[in-house]
Design a protein around this ligand. Structure first.
Ligand code: PLP
Length: 387
């Protein structure tokens, strides 16, 4: 494997990096070393919700650095993390928050919290799921190819068919199951919004069987679907909710939102992480969450999302390669009748960045601040490529 000129080849080859080397970003565009601009419908796979060189993030970082505090140990209290937790609690169903550094870590923490509360070991996830690549989150991820080389993973984690009530009734048991984990809109598994009936069924089942319901909103949370949290559109609330990707504007941060009931089972020493909720990341996350959860901002995401949905709706009828389009807000999948990778490459050649979600789905997760004109520009390029 050859490295791009000027880039260290000492990086472990676990990423199949493609295309240009990026040196700058502005708004909804990434700028390559040769000066070429790329319209970005990937946005760090849902991380760069406010786009590149956002004044919100720039100001938050600058102000946070004025205090001289990048990191303070969780042995002590700092204000930014406390304020961020209060903000997330005020905007959601939760009463307490735990901060960590990534989506997988948030899910691992959620599994521990559920086991501690219930005293039971089992975790149930669904076909099409993606919850991360650490040992328990990988066990709950429906990608056998990712799992197999690292087995044995965490025991008592099962993946059952999404939407199969009989399978859920059999797998989710009062005596063995601690938690059920589900993405309200599956991301990596092909951009698949889960039906509200299914989520309501799981909510009832979990309540009846004393099982913790975890919503993984690492990808679909924080404005992506047009509401602050995706669960708001399902009609039910979870017991635990995990966040990461856009939370701290591109700085690494994850979070678990907890009800009082789950939080009550946890005591000092039950879980910890050195960097979790440090003052710099927390201050930036506060600015991001305040921006994204503002009613005007969310209304604009819904408008842009409706515009994108309207533009994509014609694809299946007009293009033989397209079987279906599905999504919510600014999270869309174009389901193809053929492999998606060549389409991604052809779009990139034309200056548009998109990515896949599984072998035959093109995923669109642009910055939430994208204009309708830039959405049109991207959709026109995709239409050209798919035609
Ligand atoms: N959960 C979901 C729904 C995700 O999409 C991802 C990452 O794509 C993860 C968890 C894992 O997050 P991270 O890569 O930050 O560990």
């Amino acid at each position: 494997m050859t490295a791009a000129p000027g880039i260290a080849s000492a990086l472990l080859g676990v990423y199949a990096r493609v295309g240009p080397t990026f040196v700058a970003g502005e708004g909804v565009e990434l700028i390559a070393a040769d000066g070429r601009r790329y319209l970005d419908f990937v946005a760090g796979i849902g991380v760069n919700a406010l786009g590149y060189d956002s004044p919100v993030i720039r100001d938050a970082i600058t102000r946070a650095l004025d205090s001289g505090l990048v990191h303070v140990s969780n042995l002590y209290r700092t204000e930014p993390g406390e304020r961020l937790a209060e903000l997330l609690v005020a905007r959601s169903f939760a009463q307490q928050v735990f901060f960590c550094n990534s989506g997988a870590e948030a899910n691992e923490a959620a599994f521990k919290f559920a086991r501690k509360l219930t005293g039971k070991p089992g975790i149930v996830a669904f076909s099409g799921s993606f919850h991360g690549r650490l040992f328990a989150s990988l066990a709950a991820t429906d990608r056998p190819d990712y799992r197999r080389p690292f087995e044995p993973l965490v025991p008592e984690v099962r993946i059952i068919p999404l939407g199969d009530r009989a399978a859920a009734e059999a797998a989710i048991t009062p005596d063995r199951t601690a938690a059920v984990i589900i993405e309200p809109v599956q991301g990596e598994g092909g951009v698949r919004p889960v039906s509200t009936e299914w989520v309501a069924f799981l909510r009832r089942l979990c309540r009846d069987r004393r099982v913790v319901l975890i919503f993984d909103e690492v990808q679909c949370g924080l404005g992506r679907t047009g509401t602050a949290f995706a669960y708001e559109q399902t009609g039910v609330t979870p017991d635990l909710l995990t966040l990461a990707k856009p939370l701290a504007g591109g700085l690494p941060m994850g979070a678990v939102l907890l009800t009082d009931e789950v939080a009550g089972a946890l005591a000092p020493g039950d879980h910890a992480t050195t960097f979790g909720g440090g003052p710099l990341v927390a201050a930036v996350a506060q600015a991001v969450v305040e921006t994204i959860s503002a009613p005007d901002f969310l209304a604009r995401v819904r408008e842009s999302g409706a515009h994108l949905a309207g533009r994509l709706a014609g694809f299946p009828g007009r293009m033989r390669a397209v079987a279906e389009v599905r999504g919510r807000g600014l999270m869309w999948g174009i389901v193809l009748r053929e492999p998606a990778a060549p389409v991604v490459a052809a779009a990139r050649e034309r200056g548009l960045l998109v990515t896949t979600a599984g072998p035959t789905v093109i995923r669109l997760v642009p910055p939430l601040v994208i204009s309708q004109a830039d959405l049109d520009r991207g959709v026109d390029t995709l239409a050209e490529v798919l035609a």
